[in-house]
Design a protein around this ligand. Structure first.
Ligand SMILES: [Zn+2]
Length: 285
């Protein structure tokens, strides 16, 4: 197995990996309720294993994982209230802190000599759009080609478009980390409403469905990284920019804070997510 984790590489291995394919993958997730059958960290476990597979298949490096993510926004709280999960075991931080860190991650990725950054969040529902907006803003003034997406946006298999601890996500984790899925923990009887934020259709999850989903995602990441590297060809070399310069990008991004998904109010915010998604579409590949 090719070594792909940034933090595990020796200097010469890192230099060789960047010279081969200067793409950096960044994975995001958090611990939150994912049914009785999945490990709490499904989102991050899925994203991390997925990008490692992409880097092993196509080349590239995987940055140190971020395990703290946006939740408990007005939308997130309204959603959580319906999940039958009074103790959700969240590893949540506010949008500003998460997104500010993402900006400095892009700065570090550019300074390391990468030409493209692919930020994959296993936790979604709108947060991916705020991340994508920030990546777009960064790439507007910097040579690094950066993009963010929810892992489900990379699925090109049957009619799967992601879910929450249902058949899709449970199958993905069953393929990527089989030891962290245990369907026998699900309630014995079929159920209607959510059980610890999972749905009854998770019973149909399988490793083979997960394999189909994941393979299509890995293929997509190959195409996406090639596209970004091509776009980077005309760009000047990256550099280590100052904190002041980085903060100027942040200040511009913060001006749009009232429109961030993380700022949307309660259940009335859901239709706005579709509008924002249209405003910040994923590259059509
Ligand atoms: Zn999830």
């Amino acid at each position: 197995m090719t070594k792909v984790r940034w933090e595990e590489m020796f200097k010469d291995e890192m230099e060789a990996a960047i010279a081969r394919r200067p793409v950096c993958y960044l994975a995001y997730g958090l611990a939150e309720p994912h049914g009785l059958q999945n490990a709490l960290g499904l989102d991050g476990l899925k994203a991390q294993a997925l990008v490692e597979l992409a880097a092993q298949t196509h080349g590239g490096v995987v940055a140190p994982m971020v395990w703290w993510h946006i939740h408990e926004t007005p939308l997130g709280i309204a959603w959580l209230a319906r999940q039958n999960a009074p103790q959700p075991f969240l590893t949540a931080i506010p949008p500003d802190i998460f997104l500010h860190q993402l900006l400095y991650q892009l700065r570090a990725v550019e300074a390391a000599g990468f030409r493209a950054a692919i930020c994959v969040t296993g936790h979604y529902g709108g947060v991916e759009i705020d991340m994508r907006q920030l990546c777009e803003l960064y790439s507007r003034s910097r040579p690094l080609r950066a993009v963010a997406l929810a892992d489900w946006e990379a699925i090109r298999y049957k009619d799967y478009h992601g879910d929450h601890a249902g058949m899709c996500e449970t199958s993905q984790l069953a393929y990527l980390r089989p030891e962290l899925v245990d369907l026998t923990r699900m309630p014995a009887q079929p159920f209607e409403g959510p059980v610890f934020a999972s749905t009854d259709n998770a019973r149909q999850a399988s490793r083979s469905e997960g394999e189909g989903i994941v393979r299509s995602q890995v293929e997509y990441f190959g195409k996406l990284s090639s596209r970004l590297l091509k776009e980077a060809e005309g760009q000047p070399a990256g550099e280590r920019i100052s904190w002041d310069k980085t903060e100027r990008i942040w200040q511009e991004f913060v001006m749009d804070k009232p429109h961030w998904i993380g700022s949307l109010e309660g259940d009335s915010g859901w239709p706005r997510i579709a509008e924002r998604r249209k405003l910040f579409p994923l590259l059509d590949i």
